[in-house]
Design a protein around this ligand. Structure first.
Ligand code: ADA
Length: 566
């Protein structure tokens, strides 16, 4: 399943998770110019192909194939939670859609499939780096390959409800209002009239009948007021549903159920307010990575990660450096874990010819697909990119403006490692710093001094960030699991614990720091080119190792978080 809850009672859906035919190009002597006619293997979907013996480091193309039943008058809509990292969909050999980027959900509606019978569904997947890819590249995290998140088949009528966006707001009388936007899509070649009804808790509204153009979309909005509902908070994450039903004359022909939380996030001076009350965020940066599953963590593995973070006293996770699996966000909604979600960029080259389009697509798909998660309290972007040159500022301004246009209800930030050279802090609501004193330079004694110097600059100079709240978005140290030394050697578990202890002592207790995210939750695989810089070809700054085995720092972090929780 793509989500942890049911999203339809009218629309027919079926999971395509399970065994698919599989053909990695490495299984043949020469490159293929079209999908293969015969398949050499089968593979479980979802999964990363690196989980298959012999393909642990395969970077190339592969084809997936399965058969799907089709029905008359309803088009097959294929929803992919994530394909790593470039995909082309074929139905009966005819291309029906394509997508770049492993980390955002996407769909293909194939009108030609609106017929009774059965069709062959093929997906070509490519996880290679090169001129076609600005965001997936050699990096300090691994780009896996395959249908790495769940796949769902839906049968959609000519006009269907594509998505809902809901923005809650706290009213003066303590009740809530809710602004709802619905986007309808018409895949047919004819104009169609439809009517929408939306129900939220005990209230429902019938919207006016609209005419959709052929092969077009239509947005409708409505407002609900005076909703007496339990709010969503970190301590009490109450969830509610919106049910939208689409009518063709008097017949209900489609539906969409979304889950929301009534909460309001604001920046006020140097503070972060949730439902009008100050909050302080403490937790981790987390990559989607596991030695058994690659980036394709099953739901229980995601649950385990969040339960470990809760055991450590965390209430916050940053999806470094890309949009996460919707099920992980659903779990954060259910558990009351605050999320900083960011579009896909880690130290990317702004001059790459594909960068602007690919970062715009990642950002738009992230916000449109993840809009309703109450746990997402802020949007991030452009981790440690060029925020010190005029050209870099132009790119930051472009992406941040896009975020604000798509969602004006959440604060925006980016994680910077440029310190006092940054010229983009006026563009954000929250200033976020990646600091590594005591690892890449200096000692633990430098942690407090470095922070105070940067805060002095931030709030007294013309930094662009004067008076804004600050999140320590990354800090930490590496430790090889099992490396024990009495003399605080680099890469020892003891030294990592010392650095995290001092970092948390400073950051969790500073009045101007509203959030602290340790780099990082677990050790993760890095790409081949990074092997010289990373022992074990891993980023070893996890508080737990890749198998989630706790290092000495685990108890250190737990103690500091416990003190901060009061
Ligand atoms: C940067 C980067 C992280 C990771 C970290 C490190 O802050 O944002 O992705 O590479 O450095 O481990 O050095």
């Amino acid at each position: 399943m793509l989500r942890t809850f049911q999203q339809h009672t009218i629309r027919e859906t079926r999971s395509l998770d399970g065994r698919w035919d599989f053909f990695p190009e490495t299984d043949c002597d020469s490159p293929l110019d079209k999908p293969p006619s015969h398949y050499t293997r089968s593979i479980q979907v979802p999964s990363a192909w690196e989980s298959l013996p012999g393909l642990e480091a395969y970077r190339g193309r592969a084809w997936y194939r399965t058969a799907i039943p089709t029905v008359a008058d309803k088009a097959p809509r294929l929803l992919f939670g994530g394909v790593s990292h470039t995909a082309t969909v074929y139905l009966d050999g005819i291309a029906g859609g394509a997508h770049y980027d492993a980390f955002t959900p996407w769909s293909a509606v194939i009108a030609a499939g609106a017929k009774a019978g059965e069709s062959e569904l093929t997906v070509e997947v490519d996880n290679q780096f090169g001129d076609h890819s600005a965001l997936h590249k050699e990096n300090d995290y691994y780009t896996y390959g395959g249908l790495t998140r769940p796949v769902e088949l839906q049968y959609v009528p000519k006009v269907f409800i594509e998505r809902l966006e809901a923005v809650p707001a706290l009213q003066n009388n303590g009740n809530w209002s809710l602004s709802v936007k619905a986007v309808l899509r018409n895949w047919s070649e004819e104009h169609c009239q439809r009517r929408l009804a939306i129900q939220v808790c005990s209230q429902s509204q019938e919207l006016e009948t609209v005419t959709l153009p052929a092969a077009g979309e239509y947005s409708l909005s409505c407002e609900f007021n005076d909703l007496e509902v339990s709010p969503w908070s970190l301590q009490s994450p109450a969830l509610h549903t919106i049910t939208a039903r689409l009518f063709d004359n008097e017949q209900a022909v489609d539906d969409l159920i979304e889950r929301i939380g009534f909460r309001q996030i604001e920046v006020k001076g140097r503070k972060l307010l949730l439902n009008g009350e100050e909050i302080r965020l403490r937790g981790y940066n987390r990559h989607e990575d596991h030695p058994e599953f690659g980036c394709a963590l099953p739901l229980q593995a995601m649950v385990n990660d969040l339960e470990i973070m809760r055991d450590l006293g965390c209430n916050f996770v940053r999806t470094s450096h890309y949009p996460n699996d919707a099920r992980f966000l659903d779990l954060c909604d259910e558990l009351g874990i605050a999320v900083w979600e960011e579009s896909h960029a880690r130290c990317v080259d702004f001059s790459h010819p594909r960068f602007r389009q690919q970062i715009a697509d990642s950002t738009q798909e992230m916000i449109e697909n993840h809009f309703n998660h109450p746990s997402i309290l802020m949007w991030g972007c452009l981790n440690e990119c060029d925020s010190i040159s005029p050209e870099g500022r132009e790119e930051h301004s472009r992406v941040i403006s896009l975020i604000r246009r798509l969602d004006s209800s959440r604060p925006v930030t980016f994680a910077s490692n440029k310190g006092q050279r940054d010229i983009c802090l006026d563009l954000v609501d929250i200033v976020s710093w990646n600091h590594y004193p005591a690892w890449y330079s200096g000692t633990p004694a430098d942690i407090k001094e470095r922070l105070e110097k940067d805060l002095l600059w931030l709030h007294s100079e013309d930094s662009g960030g004067t008076g804004k709240p600050v999140i320590m978005s990354e800090f930490g140290a590496g430790a090889i699991y099992g490396e024990r030394q009495r003399h605080q050697a680099k890469w020892s578990e003891e030294y990592q614990a010392t650095v995290l202890d001092e970092s948390l002592r400073v950051y969790l207790n500073h009045p101007d720091i509203v959030g602290a995210a340790i780099w990082q939750y677990c050790d993760v695989r890095v790409t081949a080119e990074w092997w010289q810089k990373r022992p074990r070809t891993m980023n070893n700054k996890g508080t737990v190792d890749e198998y989630r085995r706790p290092k000495i720092a685990y108890q250190t972090v737990k103690q500091r978080m416990l003190e901060a929780n009061g």
